[in-house]
Design a protein around this ligand. Structure first.
Ligand SMILES: *[C@@H]1O[C@H](CO)[C@@H](O)[C@H](O)[C@H]1NC(C)=O
Ligand SMILES: *[C@@H]1O[C@H](CO)[C@@H](O)[C@H](O)[C@H]1NC(C)=O
Ligand SMILES: *[C@@H]1O[C@H](CO)[C@@H](O)[C@H](O)[C@H]1NC(C)=O
Ligand SMILES: *[C@@H]1O[C@H](CO)[C@@H](O)[C@H](O)[C@H]1NC(C)=O
Length: 462
């Protein structure tokens, strides 16, 4: 459902600049430090391409160096595709299965434009084609006006000094999300939640044995703090977890997941893990991302049920929506292996970051989109310099880099309160240089559910 596209990066010129990073470390502290970066390395831009024709279209990406056309995939009749691209990159469109000499459109990605509408052909001039095309042009006007209305410029960290208003990237039209979103008014702001989904301190051999379960379960509510790390995009660190109501023997945990809970998620994932493919569709997919992933269902283990419910408390949403048939996918568990040395030397810091940058929403015309990412870190970094941090290169308060350590979590929203998708939520995982990285990701999404009766559909957003 969510389409994450990766494009190779061609860094043409370089200017090294000091950039202040905000880093969240395993001890939960935030600190600012300087790092040398290539200031001109381009930042990916989210691009939405709409096919006005009632016929299939093939599209190609033009390699900026060789001018060779690289097949990307097809676009449905009246369909939409979304990708991450770079200013100046060129895409070429042909009727399906026709030679690239039959290209009918060529678009060059502009800094201030994210919606591209493919022109109609001579054969698509029927009234209903024109009507549909007209609706796309109306959308284009909406998108332009939205940009003017939200004209608050945001500074681009990489890619020079471009000031850009927010763009409309979501499915159009769409209403604001109804799932709760925590506010993020300033860095350091905190929210507190209480969860009755107590810690597991051991895993009973027999989960149906009530006595054994009781011995393995803490019986104190958890107090959990969400602390704002970034206001744009909205990113929170989840920590400061303490058992409430303790009088004599207070157990102070500081993690969202206890040691055994984090270990259990890994052990459930291990047997199932298989090669994960970073990206889909066409020739630009890279094999250099050495990661594998799998999915763990809520009903796979009693502890998973606890974790889903605890996640619901953190997100302030009802646990009853956290099912694959409702608003969440299964928990995705990913292991990332160290980046191969021979591949690493070709790509430097900033290009490596941008290489794997992506959004979690898919603006591919699907009304459903991932709106929340809750990212659990299931193990510690092998050393402080082992890499594997999650980085938000477009964060307005400065690029943000986080690896809060085993058992802790980071929450971010890919959507804005007005229903738009948030371009600033672009993120990447820094390459792991040493050891392995294990994470678990939960993606609650904003969906439209329709009940149809004799061609009359009643739809509601959930
Ligand atoms: C960035 O833009 C601001 C405002 O437009 C301008 O004052 C500043 O000089 C620019 N900085 C660079 C490095 O171009
Ligand atoms: C930690 O949580 C407690 C209780 O919820 C709260 O009073 C305290 O301010 C929090 N500390 C931080 C640093 O957020
Ligand atoms: C959301 O938070 C409010 C205030 O703490 C609480 O009363 C409410 O029960 C929470 N809702 C859910 C679904 O967690
Ligand atoms: C990035 O790579 C370019 C050439 O590929 C090099 O000139 C530049 O110094 C590198 N930047 C950093 C930060 O290492």
């Amino acid at each position: 459902m969510s389409v994450l596209f990766l494009l190779y990066l061609f860094v043409s010129f370089v200017r090294i600049e000091s950039i202040n990073f905000v880093e969240v470390t395993a001890t939960g502290e935030t600190q600012t430090y300087e790092e040398q970066q290539d200031a001109f390395a381009p930042v990916p831009v989210a691009v939405v391409i709409k096919n006005g024709r009632s016929s299939w279209v093939d599209y190609y990406w033009e390699n900026p160096e060789t001018k060779e056309l690289v097949y990307q995939g097809k676009i449905d009749p009246r369909g939409t595709t979304a990708t991450s691209s770079y200013v100046g990159h060129v895409f070429v469109f042909t009727p399906m299965k026709k030679s690239t000499k039959k290209a009918f459109a060529r678009i060059e990605i502009k800094a201030d434009k994210n919606l591209y509408i493919l022109p109609l052909g001579k054969k698509n001039r029927k009234e209903k084609d024109l009507k549909y095309y007209q609706s796309l042009l109306e959308e284009e006007i909406f998108v332009e006006e939205y940009k003017k209305k939200t004209g608050k410029p945001i500074q681009c960290i990489w890619g020079g000094n471009k000031s850009k208003p927010k763009k409309w990237l979501a499915h159009y039209p769409r209403s604001p999300p109804i799932l709760h979103m925590w506010s993020a008014n300033h860095v350091g702001q905190t929210h507190h939640v209480t969860s009755n989904e107590y810690y597991w301190t051991c895993i009973p051999d027999d989960i149906t044995d009530a006595n054994a379960v009781q011995q393995c379960r803490d019986n104190k509510p958890l107090s959990i703090t969400l602390q704002v790390l970034s206001t744009d995009p909205k990113v929170f660190q989840i920590d400061n977890v303490t058992s409430l109501l303790c009088v004599l023997e207070c157990v102070y945990h500081t993690k969202v997941l206890s040691e055994v809970e984090a270990d259990l998620v890994i052990s459930l994932a291990k047997p199932k893990i298989k090669r994960s493919l970073a990206g889909t569709h066409g020739g630009l997919v890279s094999n250099t991302r050495t990661s594998k992933n799998t999915w763990i269902d809520r009903n796979e283990h009693a502890v998973m049920e606890t974790l889903y419910r605890r996640a619901a408390d953190i997100l302030n949403v009802s646990e009853s929506i956290l099912y694959p048939t409702k608003n969440v996918e299964q928990l995705q568990v990913v292991i990332v292996f160290p980046f191969h040395q021979q591949k690493q030397h070709k790509l430097n810091m900033s290009s490596r970051v941008l290489f794997a940058s992506h959004h979690d929403f898919g603006a591919d015309g699907n009304p459903q989109q991932r709106m929340i990412t809750l990212l659990f870190y299931l193990n510690n970094q092998a050393s402080p310099n082992a890499g594997g941090e999650t980085i938000f290169p477009k964060a307005k308060d400065g690029p943000l880099k986080a690896h809060p350590g085993k058992g802790n979590a980071v929450l971010f929203y890919s959507m804005l309160e007005d229903g738009n998708a948030d371009d600033s939520s672009l993120h990447a995982a820094l390459p792991v240089k040493e050891g392995e990285k294990w994470i678990g990701m939960s993606f609650p999404y904003f969906r439209k559910s329709c009940k149809c009766f004799h061609f009359v559909c009643l739809c509601e957003w959930q």
